[in-house]
Design a protein around this ligand. Structure first.
Ligand code: 5GP
Ligand code: MG
Length: 180
């Protein structure tokens, strides 16, 4: 696969992300105070850095599980349906669940995941997204916890890729195509 030339402009620094995660972790700890059965469900692959930092700011007892769904892109555009590529390892019935997503864009992914997990009857089901692009929304959904609202830019870093690269950047950057 060829990638066009691009540069990455820093948008949100590692320090700013870390500070925001401390605040979010406190809010989550408040809501789930007393819960002894919280499962954090990271959506692969983009949320792996975020969930790693988030769980380490939480003093609650938590379990970590992962779910990977296909993005609806290309072939599946018409249905906007998603498929499970990797299901949870554990049961969530009767348990508290926090779905951890990297970005909410059109909202289809999070809406499908929430609908799917609700069929498994969790006690509480909440969602957190590091980034939110409200201007792109096509489905009426909003994460319960949001790190940063951003404009309609294509971003990478902090777990988020462009053609599988740049997940290892410690900050969030926006991709600027330079042509050529
Ligand atoms: P949605 O279903 O809300 O349209 O899409 C959510 C998914 O689209 C995100 O989890 C992410 O994988 C992908 N996505 C949305 N915006 C961006 C972006 O700016 N950069 C990257 N790399 N992926 C994005
Ligand atoms: Mg994602």
């Amino acid at each position: 696969m060829t990638r066009p030339d691009y540069v990455i402009d820093k948008m949100i620094s590692a320090k700013t992300i870390a500070a925001r995660i401390e605040v979010l972790a406190r809010q989550i700890a408040t809501e789930f105070n007393g819960s002894n059965d919280l499962v954090m469900v990271g959506l692969l692959r983009g949320s792996f850095v975020f969930i790693a930092d988030l769980v380490r700011e939480l003093t609650l007892p938590v379990e970590v599980d992962f779910l990977e769904v296909s993005s609806y892109g290309d072939a599946m555009e018409s249905s906007r349906e998603i498929r499970i590529l990797k299901d949870l390892r554990g049961e969530i019935a009767g348990r508290d669940v926090l779905v951890v997503e990297d970005i909410v864009d059109t909202g289809y992914t999070l809406a499908h995941v929430v609908r799917l997990l609700k069929t498994r009857n969790p006690a509480r089901l909440r969602t957190i997204a590091l980034l939110d692009k409200p201007s792109r929304r096509e489905v009426d959904i909003r994460a319960d916890y949001i790190g940063f609202e951003i404009p309609d830019e294509f971003v990478v870093g902090y777990g988020i890729d462009y053609a599988q690269r740049n997940r290892n950047l410690p900050y969030i950057g926006k991709v600027r195509f330079t042509g050529g």
